[in-house]
Write a protein that binds this ligand. Sequence first.
Ligand code: UD1
Length: 377
Amino acid sequence: MHIFHIVGARPNFMKVAPVLNALRARQNVVQNIVQTLIHTGQHYDVNMSDVFFQQLSIPAPDVNLAVGSGSHAKQTAEIMIRLEPVVLERQPDIALVYGDVNSTVATALVCAKLGVQVGHVEAGLRSFDRTMPEEINRLVTDQLADLLFTPSEDGDENLRKEGISPDKIFRVGNVMIDSLVRLLPAAQAAKTDGLPERYALVTLHRPANVDDNARLKGILESLLEVNRDLAVVFPAHPRTRKRIDDFGLNAGQLRLLDPLPYVDFLGLQSRATVVITDSGGIQEETTYLGMPCLTVRENTERPITVSMGTNVLVGHDREKLRAELARVLAGKAKKGTVPPLWDGHAGERIADILVTRFLGAQKDAPPRHLNPCASLL
Ligand code: UD1
C-alpha cells in the first residue's frame, strides 16, 4: 500500500502528523506500507512551516513542490501542474489530503483524474458560505474523494445530503486534537516570559476580515477596546501583518507578535483568559481545552464547537463582542463538553481503515498503470 500525504499550509501540519505516526507504528506489524510526504510549498516561511515539522516530529518531505504564493487560480493550478508528474512517476494507491486549503483541492483534482483514490481527512465540514475560498475547496474535494474521514456527526449528515454514499463515510474523530493531546504537556511546560498573567489571545487571517480596509480597521478598534480591560496578545499571520501595513492601520498598544510555533501557541492558548479568532482549528482546540472562544465570523463550518463546546460566534457585532467579553471577565463564560471521538486516537482509526481496506483488497489485484492522458479520453 503506497500512501501519498499532501500538505501545504500551516493547518495541515498538525493534521498529517498523527496519521503518519499511526501508519508508521503499523509498519512494524504490517508489511507493505509505503508513505510519501509531499509539501506543496503553499506556506514557505520558516515560522509558518519548518518549525511545525520540527515540533510535530514530521519527517522532512520526500518532495517539495515549492509553489509559493499567488492568486487562488495560480496557486491551485501550479500545485496541479507540479504534482501530476510526481503521481505518475510514483503511482500511489491513495492520496490523503487534509482540511480545506488550496493544496487539498488541487491534489483531489489531479488524483481523481488520474484514477488514484483520494482520502479526505476532515471531510464534511460546511459553513454554507460560498464566499469563503475554503468552502469551495471543501465542496469540490468531498465530491471527488473516495474515502471521507469526518470529525463529527454533522459532517456525515452534510455529506449524505450532498449525495455521498454512506459507505464512503468514516467518522473517525478529530486528528487535530490528536496532536494537541500529544503536545499539551510540553506546551504547558513552555516558558511564557514577558507575558501578562491574564490576556486575550487573538488570531485573524480570513480574507473576509483582513483584506477589507474598513472591516480590519473596525476589528482593530474593537481589539483596542478589549485591550483596556485585558491585554491583547496577537500573533499575526503574514497576510494580516501585511494588510495592517498596507492600509496604514493603527494596532496601538496591541502586543503584535510574529506567527508562533505550534507548541508555543498551544501553551498561550491553554493559559489565556479568552481566545478571539477567525480560525477554524482554534475553535476546535479551545473547545477541547474548555477555553472561552469568541469567533469573529458570522458562520462556522464547525457548528459542534458552538452546540457542544465553548465557542460563541460574535460575528462583526461590536456590542456582542463587548457583552461576551464582559461575561468571560465576570467568570460566567460559556461552558462546554468535548465532542465524541475527540480523544487523541483519530489518526489510529484512519490508519486501521486504510490497512484493512488496501492490504485486504490488493492481494490479488492486477498491476496498476496510471494513464497520463486520462483527461483526453
Ligand atoms: C491559507 C488557507 C486557509 C488557512 C490558512 C492558515 C487557502 C485557500 N487558505 O490561507 O484556509 O486557514 O492558510 O494559515 O488555502 N504568506 C507568507 N508566508 C507564508 C505563507 C503565506 O508571507 O509562509 C503570505 C503571502 O503574502 C500570501 C498570503 O500570506 O500571499 C496568503 O497565503 P495563502 O496560503 O495564499 O493563504 P492564507 O491566507 O495563509
